[in-house]
Design a protein around this ligand. Structure first.
Ligand SMILES: Nc1ncnc2c1ncn2[C@@H]1O[C@H](COP(=O)(O)OP(=O)(O)OP(=O)(O)O)[C@@H](O)[C@H]1O
Ligand SMILES: [K+]
Ligand SMILES: [Mg+2]
Length: 719
């Protein structure tokens, strides 16, 4: 690996990448309509079996049930008289019960509003899924155009399609399910899924062969092998994802929930111990006051908002056209230190096309073109097809030849044909074909090296063409120049990643010179050339062993193992289904720099959760000082010294604390949905700043809030 030069001025053209356009579906606060939509869910979530998943809020709900029962029973038992030696107004128990119920409902509301944003999107996705007809080819002849053959075709509903079915889709038709194109090339409108109206090219044989159910074929005819099971298509998964149906708690969330539950249990024990300590019955604290105290002490704020924060994070990714299959990956993204990128199809557009034949060593140009054509006749890759196209433009005539096809593989980096008379033809990466020629036996000359470097320095992929005659003598005929284009606006975006502390490394199967040229043009920090799929995995393991959290973006089947191994594996939507299956995120815009947004969203999620946890716990400490003196002031007038807030009466102090505890949840819903503002800064300085803002804020807010509520309550005749 070597470090590349910094981006040049020419390459700093304005980005046309998707990530630069204004975001499509962004809402930072919630509207009245959203609130109304969230109401049914708010009440449905009262089901104790659901509440139990959030232990803190489950305790509040049980408290609400208990206090409601006491409020109902009180008139028959002589009514509430005193608590902790103070008089209590008759409506007190009912008021506490009411505000405990509201506390639970506000928590449910937060989650329900967070879910609501995905539901709207899910219903628009559902529209893309319904009512499609699939045209299934019964007996498909491999690699043929069923239209030309007049194959038998049966129509069936797309919902009946199964794994392995072969369907044909004509221009204007909807793709009935996810699959791989096995014949043909077409432009496809994927806007139903990506929201982006510019059509994309999909073709058989390469890394751009995947099509998604619900998208529309705009031109030509393609044959697709279905790769998804009924009910488990990409669209189905996307719907479940945005609806939150598949949402599972991340390890961090589980750990935080355990911490919150532990705190709750500790406080429950503390509160239960209050009366025995206060011994004599005239100072005994009543059950409603004990429950009120408990609810104020346990971390209800974060308990209520935790789920909403997580859902909102996933939702923000969807707004950026990224589907995250796991919340764990979103969190990991917040700490990514290294980004590995595949070259072809990720940094470049991936439509490598033959643009030039260069003969070397005195070889006849026609022989080169013919050999290139022959070696590509049975090569289904887009590169292979582009060579045939160019050879035909150059006047070569396609003639079927019998022979054993040697298909391209990422390991051999060559493809070709072995003919029955013992001769053969190969094309492929320089190093691979050179070795093949040397074993011929034969020699390659400096003229070849020159041609290869010339193509490489232009950022092109040189494919060396060689033949071996029936006598076993090999020789090089020349080089095919495969051209690819680097996506726009990459250097600025990689510079941004650098400023976030993320190192970018391009890994490619291509030769070092091409890699160097493309790396310089794209502005990555480092590159690794001639990498096999195993090398890609090794590099990830090495980085991980050194403590780095690794993100990988790729599109090809040969990237799949690496995508699966990386902490954050972002598959390009344009890529193969193997890549999309292996990664834990899919970028619908196929933009390799989307990681900038993914990292930002991951960091924001972690920071928001940390900030609100700090706030919640600081808040609870402050409430303790507001309530405890008030609780016992009747019995121990000496506590008046602690009563720094001078609240109206003990019962109004306690009720004010409970009301504040409930209202702070509602007040913080917008922040948990929107996320704490993220600035590019080191993790420790962000942490310190947040501890200060949210810790201090958490201590001060209750004093102001409770005092204000107490003042308002004092206007009521009851207090
Ligand atoms: N159809 C083909 N026939 C022969 N050789 C090929 C063919 N396609 C690619 N090659 C050669 O094999 C090399 C490795 O290809 P591979 O697909 O593994 O990597 P890549 O696509 O170039 O890089 P990346 O990993 O960035 O996508 C290419 O650089 C090229 O030299
Ligand atoms: K609380
Ligand atoms: Mg590739």
């Amino acid at each position: 690996m070597s470090t590349t030069t910094r981006p040049t001025a020419e390459s700093s053209a304005r980005s046309t990448l998707e990530a630069d356009r204004p975001m499509k579906r962004v809402g930072t606060t919630f509207s009245a309509a959203q609130l109304i939509e969230a109401l049914p869910g708010t009440f449905r979530k009262l089901d104790p079996r659901q509440m139990f998943r959030t232990p803190v809020m489950f305790i509040v709900e049980m408290g609400a049930v208990l206090i409601t029962a006491i409020a109902i029973a009180e008139p028959f038992l002589g009514g509430p008289v005193t608590s902790g030696g103070s008089e209590v107004p008759a409506s007190f128990t009912w008021l506490i019960a009411l505000w405990l119920w509201l506390t639970v409902l506000f928590a449910n509301l937060a989650e329900s509003v967070a879910e609501g944003r995905g539901k709207a999107q899910a219903s628009s996705l559902r529209r893309a899924r319904t009512g499609m007809t699939a045209r299934v080819v019964r007996e498909y002849v491999p690699a043929a155009d069923p239209g030309a053959l007049g194959s038998a075709i049966t129509d069936m509903p797309s919902s009946d399609l199964d794994l392995g079915d072969i369907v044909v889709i004509e221009a204007g038709g909807l793709v009935p399910g996810d699959g791989e194109i096995i014949w043909g090339i077409a432009s496809v409108d994927e806007s139903a899924i990506t929201g982006e109206s510019a059509p994309v090219i999909r073709e058989s044989g390469g890394d751009r062969s995947a099509v998604t159910g619900g998208t529309r074929v705009l031109s030509d005819r393609i044959v697709v092998r279905i790769m998804s099971r009924p009910g488990d298509t990409f669209l189905d998964r996307m719907i479940r994802l945005v609806e939150g149906a598949e949402r599972q708690k991340t390890p961090n969330e589980v750990a935080l929930n355990i911490l919150l539950a532990t705190l709750s249990i500790v406080f429950t024990v503390v509160v239960l111990a209050i009366n025995p300590i206060g011994s004599s019955s005239n100072v005994a604290v009543s059950v409603p006051v004990l429950v009120a105290l408990l609810v104020c002490l346990i971390p209800t704020t974060i308990g209520a908002l935790l789920a909403a924060i997580g859902i909102a994070g996933m939702d923000r990714l969807v707004q950026h056209n990224v589907l995250a299959m796991s919340g764990r990956a979103v969190e990991a993204a917040g700490d990514v230190t290294t980004l590995l990128l595949d070259k072809t199809g990720t940094i470049t557009y991936g439509n490598r096309r033959a643009s030039e034949f260069i003969s070397v060593d005195g070889a006849d140009r026609n022989d080169l073109v013919t050999a290139a054509l022959q070696s590509s006749l049975s090569d289904p890759t887009p590169e292979g097809k582009s060579i045939i196209d160019l050879a035909e433009i150059e006047g070569s005539v396609r003639a079927d030849v019998a022979g054993t096809v040697v298909p391209f593989s990422a390991q051999t980096r060559m493809s070709g044909v072995d003919f029955p008379d013992g001769s053969s033809v190969r094309k492929g990466a320089g190093s691979a074909v050179r070795a093949w020629v040397a074993a011929g036996p034969g020699t390659a000359t400096a003229e070849l090296d020159d041609a290869v470097s010339r193509v490489s320095q232009l950022g092109g992929t040189p494919l060396v063409v060689a033949i071996r005659d029936a006598a076993g003598v090999a020789r090089v005929l020349g080089v095919i120049h495969l051209k690819d284009v680097v996506k726009d606006g990459l250097p600025e975006r990689f510079a941004e990643l650098r400023s976030m502390g993320i190192r970018t490394v391009m890994i490619t199967g291509d030769n070092p010179l091409t890699a160097k040229a493309i790396a310089a043009e794209a502005g990555v920090d480092d590159y690794l050339a001639e990498a096999t799929p195993e090398d890609k995995m090794c590099l990830i393991r090495k980085e991980q062993a050194g403590g780095a959290l690794v993100a990988m973006t790729g599109d090809g089947t040969n990237d799949a193992p690496a995508l699966a191994l990386a902490d954050v594996g972002v598959a390009m939507n344009s890529g193969t289904s193997a890549a999309k299956e292996a990664g834990n995120m899919v970028d619908l815009d196929s933009d390799p720099t989307k990681l900038i947004d993914i990292v930002r969203i991951g960091k924001q999620l972690l920071i928001t959760r940390g900030a609100l946890t700090t706030f919640s716990i600081a808040n609870d400490v402050a409430k303790y000082f507001a309530i405890v003196p008030a609780m016992f002031i009747g019995a121990f007038p000496g506590l008046a010294a602690l009563n720094i807030m001078h609240l109206n009466s003990p019962s109004s102090a306690i009720l004010s604390a409970v009301i504040f505890n409930a209202l702070i949840i509602v007040a913080l819903i917008p922040l948990s949905l929107r996320g704490v503002k993220y600035r590019a800064a080191s993790a420790s300085s962000l942490l310190n700043r947040n501890l200060l803002v949210y810790g201090l804020g958490g201590i001060v807010a209750p004093f102001i809030g409770i005092k204000a509520i107490d003042l308002a309550l004092s206007l009521l005749p009851v207090f």
